[in-house]
Write a protein that binds this ligand. Structure first.
Ligand SMILES: NC(=O)C1=CN([C@@H]2O[C@H](COP(=O)(O)OP(=O)(O)OC[C@H]3O[C@@H](n4cnc5c(N)ncnc54)[C@H](OP(=O)(O)O)[C@@H]3O)[C@@H](O)[C@H]2O)C=CC1
Ligand SMILES: CC[C@](O)(C(C)=O)C(=O)O
Ligand SMILES: [Mg+2]
Ligand SMILES: [Mg+2]
Length: 336
């Protein structure tokens, strides 16, 4: 059965246009949701912690900033867009005491509801609208007049209109320009965690790094290894994104296509797929969520070690210099 896709023409903005949306946070997703909604004509306010370094940036973007509790009190829809590991405490201290019946609590990812870290009262609508891509790109494509696909789910429909609110929100941030489909908190949370760990982030970076190290350790120039295993990834992926595998394979040489079929299965083996199944199982059982929470409680000891190790890696130092010589690559610091 083909999933029902929602596009701009299928969705009315009415259920959000006469409401106030409090975006809590001003990071990767939050700044993009807030600015896109503001540009779509929605009344947006920003809730930030005391002394927040983001206050000036949000104000510069023409957004009204207040404390988190104050924003919750003033809002119809509360979009909780701070890091997953911080959401439960902020919800407990600054949101729950001020939530009123009839309000909407909205997430960008289902982690805290699905894994039981947050349990909202039964008289509020609870939903997620998850763009399928990074926040900075959500803002970039919106400004270009394009959109990013998204998915939505309703966990609690106290008002009887929760789906309309979620779809209107998805339209306001630009997702219905590209296509939005309905999911559940369970499906969004588990597929998102699986995708980012196995393919999009963990899979891609470790594949690139292993390829780069293999060439450099064999005595090839690091700059050539960088172009071959990192820079060109975008060019190949752009073709896959635009035209699928067949379109990409049409563009590459027959030599490359032959090597793709012969060597791809030697790299991504049956064992790799079996490991992917284990990864999915750890996500489904909550084992990964517990490991993440434990590292957070230990001040992200493991995560900070990994960040430090990668910062000094040759692929990063060589890449920084090579990108500097390519002024057409956006080198500006990210806006937030
Ligand atoms: N990053 C992405 O592209 C995607 C993220 N998501 C989901 O969106 C949500 C937000 O993620 P992301 O955008 O990466 O988050 P960020 O790390 O970018 O969030 C940073 C913001 O959160 C605020 N913040 C951090 N800790 C606290 C705290 N203890 N109290 C109050 N405010 C705090 C920061 O405040 P200050 O400004 O004061 O420092 C800042 O404004 C998550 O649920 C994530 O899974 C979903 C899809 C993609
Ligand atoms: C791929 C990582 C992501 O899931 C995303 C940008 O969609 C995230 O959590 O940041
Ligand atoms: Mg994610
Ligand atoms: Mg994601």
């Amino acid at each position: 059965m083909t999933a029902k896709m929602y596009y701009d023409a299928d969705v009315s903005m009415q259920s959000i246009q006469d409401k106030t949306v409090a975006v809590i946070g001003y990071g990767s997703q939050a700044h993009a949701h807030a600015q896109n909604m503001h540009d779509s004509g929605v009344n947006v306010i920003i809730g930030l912690r005391e002394g927040s370094a983001s206050r000036a940036k949000a104000e510069q973007a023409g957004l009204k900033v207040m404390g988190i509790a104050e924003a919750v009190q003033a809002a119809d829809v509360v979009a909780l867009l701070i890091p997953d590991e911080n959401q439960a405490a902020v919800y407990r201290d600054d949101i729950a005491p001020h939530l009123k019946a009839g309000q909407t609590l909205l997430f960008g990812h289902g982690f805290n509801i699905h894994f039981g870290r947050i349990t909202p009262p039964s008289d509020v609508d609870v939903m997620l609208v998850a763009p399928k891509g990074p926040g900075h790109m959500l803002r970039r494509v919106y400004k270009e007049g394009a959109g990013m696909p998204g998915i939505f789910a309703v966990a609690q429909d106290a008002s009887g209109h929760a789906r309309d609110t979620a779809l209107a929100y998805a339209r306001a941030i630009g997702c219905t320009r590209a296509g939005v489909l309905e999911t559940t908190f369970k499906e969004e949370t588990e597929t998102d965690l699986f995708g980012e760990q196995s393919v999009l982030c963990g899979g891609v970076t470790h594949l690139i790094q292993a390829g780069f190290e293999t060439l450099v350790e064999a005595g090839y120039q690091p700059e050539i290894a960088y172009f071959e295993t990192l820079h060109e990834v975008k060019l190949i992926v752009d073709l896959i994104y635009e035209k699928g595998f067949e379109g990409m394979r049409h563009s590459i040489s027959n030599t490359a296509e032959f090597g793709d079929y012969v060597t791809g299965p030697r790299i991504i083996t049956d064992e790799t797929k079996a490991t992917m199944k284990e990864v999915l199982s750890d996500i489904q059982s909550g084992k990964f969520a517990d490991r993440f929470t434990q590292d957070y409680q230990e001040d992200f000891k493991f995560m900070n070690e990994q960040r430090g190790k990668m910062r000094g890696h040759q692929i990063e130092t060589v890449g920084k210099e090579l990108r500097r010589q390519m002024p057409f690559i956006n080198q500006e610091d990210l806006e937030v």
